[in-house]
Design a protein around this ligand. Structure first.
Ligand SMILES: Cc1cc2nc3c(=O)[nH]c(=O)nc-3n(C[C@H](O)[C@H](O)[C@H](O)COP(=O)(O)O)c2cc1C
Length: 185
């Protein structure tokens, strides 16, 4: 079986980010498959100035494009910021486009401090569709985040199960070839 590359883009820079912990949980589940390689794309360790199309490959943008480009399936994970996804993730996505995402499988996770609202997931779904990604029907929202994690681990079983199921869906559909299935040359 060909190696499948699953990456997660962490949309929070916070040191103790629940979004990062959720990404680590999901990638660990995916990594349990022998044919899967994973990549935690932690924007905290990237120098990514606010996107400006006048500037050619500033900071670590080339590395970002390279790592997203190598992935077959990509998790977009964000904190809920004012009912939408984070500016940090938006900035990273603005550097990317169809070259990195076109035809690829994308999963979505949103982490909220308060009660769940689906809007960050809805907004990311629109962005992913616009750059020609195939977004999985399954998505995960973790509300009241501080009650679900303990000592750097996701301890809430129901949400862990949902992340595991999303990981399995990303692995299962990572080699989706939509054009071939649709008969497009
Ligand atoms: C600017 C900002 C806006 C936020 N807006 C919301 C919100 O609309 N709804 C909500 O439930 N939590 C909101 N929160 C709380 C975050 O979703 C919560 O702290 C989350 O855990 C952050 O993710 P992180 O742990 O990965 O950094 C907001 C936090 C910040 C800093």
């Amino acid at each position: 079986m060909d190696t499948v590359h699953v990456a997660a883009l962490v949309g929070s820079l916070r040191e103790a980010s629940y979004t990062r912990l959720a990404c680590e949980h999901l990638l660990a589940t995916a990594d349990a498959h022998d044919h899967v390689e994973t990549d935690l794309i932690d924007l905290q360790s990237f120098d990514l100035p606010p996107y400006n199309s006048d500037r050619d490959s500033p900071g670590d943008s080339a590395e970002l494009l390279d790592r997203v480009g190598r992935a077959d399936a990509i998790l977009l994970a964000t904190p809920n910021y004012h009912g939408s996804y984070s500016g940090v993730l938006k900035n990273a996505l603005d550097y990317c486009g169809r070259d990195e995402f076109g035809g690829k499988t994308v999963g979505l996770v949103a982490i909220a401090g308060g009660a769940y609202s689906s809007s960050p997931l809805d907004h990311l779904r629109v962005v992913a569709r616009t750059i020609d990604a195939w977004v999985t029907p399954r998505q995960v929202a973790i509300q009241n985040a501080s009650a679900r994690f303990e000592d750097g681990e996701l301890t809430d079983e129901a949400h862990a199960d949902r992340l595991d199921a999303l990981a399995e869906q990303l692995v299962a559909y990572a080699d989706l070839d939509p054009d071939e299935r649709a008969g497009v040359e």
